[in-house]
Design a protein around this ligand. Structure first.
Ligand SMILES: Nc1ncnc2c1ncn2[C@@H]1O[C@H](COP(=O)(O)OP(=O)(O)OP(=O)(O)O)[C@@H](O)[C@H]1O
Ligand SMILES: [Mg+2]
Ligand SMILES: [Zn+2]
Length: 551
């Protein structure tokens, strides 16, 4: 028997087999039934949530010759050929490896010919954000004058990397993470079919690990099934994954909240002795803080956290005991620790320092030795080079920064490039000239205020939770950018998460697409630090799955 990976073996062939994505299935079914299919679709969303699968199902529906009511039937010769990637009128292109203008020119040539056997020619372009600019332009021409009988399905995990011109010509469908409940049910069914019993808590753990990606859930399940065990419980799965359970991070965070440094270090020591990976633990702990942030500020965190309801309750409880500045501080400390650990052979010591730093209410890089930290040796600087103070004293926004940060500006790490005070761009921020709108010039200020008010109105209409962002204001706007000023890091983070929406609403309101720039109120940024911080923020963003800006 030919071996098939679990996720291939379990690829939905028809709409009814899809997990989640009901909103998308509903739209597509309706369009097929009423023959109102679009010329171009953009399927966006997290990896492994069904974009390629849905593209194929749609391609089948458009070419199905079965006589079922609900198309596609999945069993007629056309449907079967498409499932086997053997159908001449369904063309799949992986833009990651065919990203040049020539590839798209070739495509434009072939688009001219009508379908050979099917009703519609379907082009599925996967990872479409990888196309070169030239290729995008070439594609745009085709999308502008779509030939009859041709349907484009573009799929991407990174819609923000797509040019606006292409976005505006596609019907965009956003694939959501699949709920833990559905992922669990699916795994339970598959395990059963393989004659393996799997406990509820093992399923919950696997589902939490998959974080909404069905493909990931099947890959992990496959590894577990291949162990040959006939019964999988939480402990087996834990061992198998080499992950540390959520409980561990709840407890670790409890210890640091109680300033119990020794308790936290002992806990860490135990986990490390069990062979857990310290770099992974840093990331997971940071992810835990992200969950706390969500649990603290989002009304129904269940939708955003793929976690058992039991763990969500514990998270909520913990989040009530932690203040926003502390969350901020801890996330920043961990983000920088993760960054440092990449280049260090002393990851364990760095993690221990992070524990001590967080537990002592300090921020990364603060020199004051915490009293409780007596048993821990702080690592010696990795290079003999003396630490240098930042060129200008940092001016922290008084209400946001923890008290200590104001007294002691974080020194530059010896390992990091220290910006030269006389280097170009350090003193003069390399920002495009911005039409400043101080409140003293009422006319302009009023214009901006009006624009922002209109945009917020639209934003709230499409996402009620945007009403939280009312505290932000539109401070300036030039040809390329609009600049928002916000009151807190949290609001900044939330706004940046919605950058796509806000940019398009601003475009709708002003007629021009501009990039969004967000600044903290009263922030006198040190531009020289920005690129360094941006790099760390990017790192943090990758781990948290959300946009992180470090002040
Ligand atoms: N919504 C879903 N319902 C059922 N199975 C799914 C779903 N999403 C993904 N899968 C499973 O995961 C596999 C991969 O899915 P698919 O290729 O459609 O994901 P994708 O969204 O295109 O991911 P990527 O972004 O990595 O290309 C499928 O073969 C199927 O087994
Ligand atoms: Mg795909
Ligand atoms: Zn069919």
């Amino acid at each position: 028997m030919q071996y098939k990976a679990l996720y291939r073996e379990n690829r939905p062939e028809v709409f009814s087999e899809m997990l989640g994505q009901e909103h998308i299935v509903k739209i597509l079914r309706h369009q097929i039934a009423t023959d109102t299919v679009s010329h171009a679709y953009l399927f966006c969303g997290t990896r492994g949530t069904g974009k390629t699968t849905t593209a194929r199902i749609l391609a089948k529906a458009l070419n199905c010759i079965g006589d079922t009511e609900d198309k596609p039937c999945g069993t007629c010769p056309h449907c079967r050929a498409i499932a086997e990637s053997n159908f001449i009128d369904v063309i799949e292109i992986d833009a990651a490896s065919n990203n040049g203008v020539d590839n798209i020119r070739e495509l434009r040539e072939s688009v001219k010919y009508p379908p050979s056997v099917g009703r519609k020619k379907v082009y599925i372009i996967d990872e479409v954000h990888m196309l070169s600019t030239g290729a995008f332009n070439a594609l745009l021409k085709t999308l502008e004058e779509p030939p009859e009988n041709v349907v484009f399905i573009l799929a991407t995990t990174n819609p923000e990397k797509m040019p606006q011109t292409v976005l505006s010509r596609c019907m965009r469908l956003d694939f959501k993470r699949v709920s833990a409940a559905e992922i669990k049910e699916n795994m339970r069914r598959i395990a059963q079919a393989h004659g393996v019993e799997i406990t509820e808590s093992a399923l919950a753990l696997l589902a939490a690990n998959a974080d909404g990606s069905v493909r990931d859930s099947l890959s992990i399940l496959e590894q577990c099934l291949s162990s040959g065990e006939t019964r999988l419980d939480r402990e087996t799965v834990l061992d198998f994954l080499g992950v540390v359970s959520e409980d561990f991070y709840l407890e670790l965070t409890d210890d640091v909240l109680a300033a119990d440094v020794s308790g936290a270090l002992v806990l860490l020591d135990q986990a490390l002795n069990e062979g857990k990976d310290v770099r992974q633990m840093m990331k997971d702990w940071m992810a835990h803080y992200r969950s706390l942030l969500i649990a603290k500020f989002v009304e129904n965190p269940e939708d955003m956290l793929n976690m058992s309801s039991e763990n969500i309750e514990k998270l909520k409880e913990q989040s009530r005991r932690i203040e926003l500045p502390d969350l901020n501080r801890s996330i920043v400390t961990l983000a920088r620790t993760i960054n440092d650990a990449r280049y260090s052979t002393q990851a364990r010591i760095l993690m221990e320092v992070a524990v001590v730093t967080i537990a002592s209410g300090l921020s990364y890089g603060e020199e004051e030795a915490p009293r409780q930290a007596a048993p821990v040796r702080r690592p010696a600087p990795r290079q003999p080079a003396p630490r240098r103070e930042a060129p200008a004293p940092r001016q922290a926004a008084p209400q946001q920064a923890p008290a200590q940060a104001q007294q002691a500006p974080p020194p530059w790490d010896a390992d990091r490039p220290v910006p030269q005070p006389d280097a170009p761009g350090v003193q003069a921020p390399a920002e495009p000239p911005v039409q400043q709108a101080p409140p003293q010039t009422p006319a302009q200020g009023d214009d901006l205020a009006q624009i922002w008010e209109d945009v917020m109105e639209d934003a709230i209409e499409s996402k009620p939770q945007m009403s939280m962002m009312r505290g932000a204001h539109l401070a300036a706007m030039n040809e390329k950018e609009f600049k928002l000023v916000v009151e807190s890091d949290f609001m900044k983070m939330m706004l940046e998460r919605e950058a796509d929406l806000l940019c398009s609403l601003m475009e709708k309101r002003t007629g021009t697409w501009r990039k969004m720039v967000c600044r903290l109120d009263g922030e006198k940024e040190e531009e020289s630090r920005e690129s360094e911080l941006a790099r760390i923020a990017e790192e943090a963003s990758a781990v948290l799955g959300t946009t992180v800006r470090i002040k």
